[in-house]
Design a protein around this ligand. Sequence first.
Ligand SMILES: Nc1ncnc2c1ncn2[C@@H]1O[C@H](COP(=O)(O)OP(=O)(O)O)[C@@H](O)[C@H]1O
Ligand SMILES: [Mg+2]
Length: 402
Amino acid sequence: MTLNYLEDQYCRNSLFIKEEYFEVNYLPDQIIHREQELIMLSKIFIKLIETPFQISRKVMIHGDVGIGKTAIARTFGRMLLLSAKKRNIKIEYVHINCRIEKSNFKILVQVLRKLNCPVPIRGFSPQDLITMLKDYLKDKNIYLVLVLDELNHIQNFNSNFDIIYSLTRMNDTENRKNFLSLIVIVRDITLLRNLDESTISTLQGSILTLKKYTNKQIVDILNIRINKGLKKGIIAESDVQLIAEKISDSGDIRKGLNIIRNAVKITEFKGKIHISSDELQLAFKNLIPSLQDDALSILTYHMTLLLYVITILLLERKEKRVIFSDIQKKYEEICFQYKETPRKSTQIWNNLQSLKNYSLINIKTISKNVKGRKSYCSINSIPINILNEELNQKIRNFLSSR
Ligand SMILES: Nc1ncnc2c1ncn2[C@@H]1O[C@H](COP(=O)(O)OP(=O)(O)O)[C@@H](O)[C@H]1O
Ligand SMILES: [Mg+2]
């Protein structure tokens, strides 16, 4: 039979139906085991639907990492918008992550942008932006439900401008009309100690404390993602239980999602179709493998050698990164060993850049001055020993076909 590489590629299907389903930011249609919390939020906010613009609520959601704080806020937002739309009430839900928008200014600019309000770039203080927001909401008759997620990341939390205080005071209007409710999300409630008294009392209205999930609940939540995101039969139910046990101390669902995603990637990488305990153990050990299916097959021989050299150095030294000069030295040794003429510095550098472009390595250049530049390479993902074995095999194949 004639070889047809296109057919080969076509048959190399992924084990994922959709890898995005394993991303932390992906919001599933179904949030389970948080029904009580969603009911409580609905009770707190029902007046927004019954008597729009009459009330202003402040809610705080808190609990450990990865236990669904963001997910329940966004799910509730989805419900709220549906109910508002049904009754022609103009409610907007804006979710800001303060780890990304770190300053009061950036947060407010982002809120205005999400509301499609034109924002001047410079020359305005946060207080000006608050005024702008208030005028905009009044003018357009919009009610805003604003979520400030990961609030503890605001950098100038203790500055003289208190964003929470200012936002919640926005509602004191002549017509007794309210335009804003606030949901803040924090991991650690002790953060409140840094806030001033009035802000604390503002926020203490309703506090929603999320408890850790039980093992059984973790299994249920992971299974929903597995059923949606993976082809049938790739992971055994007993392995899902193992993963749940592994993460049960923290209860952090995102760790579970990462483990599954890694295990699948390692399984694909090995050309298998079921996750076995080997792959699971490897997945437990590391985080995000970036090794893409075909990244290795498109490498030239010298790129393969270079990457191989990096894995050797990292494994030998048990270090996280290696410096360019050491890579070059080792590469020359290996070339000598395999009777290859080593490439020159510039070409080595270009090859490293290609490896970086294929997401196989990271390069970090630290420069004190132009002459004193130092570049380090690292591999942040796939178990390096697997990669090393695979590269070794490729090099042997190459040598034997020469
Ligand atoms: N009850 C749940 N049902 C379904 N998925 C959940 C649930 N709780 C958490 N998740 C998922 O777990 C991941 C982490 O949740 P997230 O809301 O980001 O945690 P937190 O904000 O508390 O750190 C997200 O991908 C989220 O969709
Ligand atoms: Mg979150």
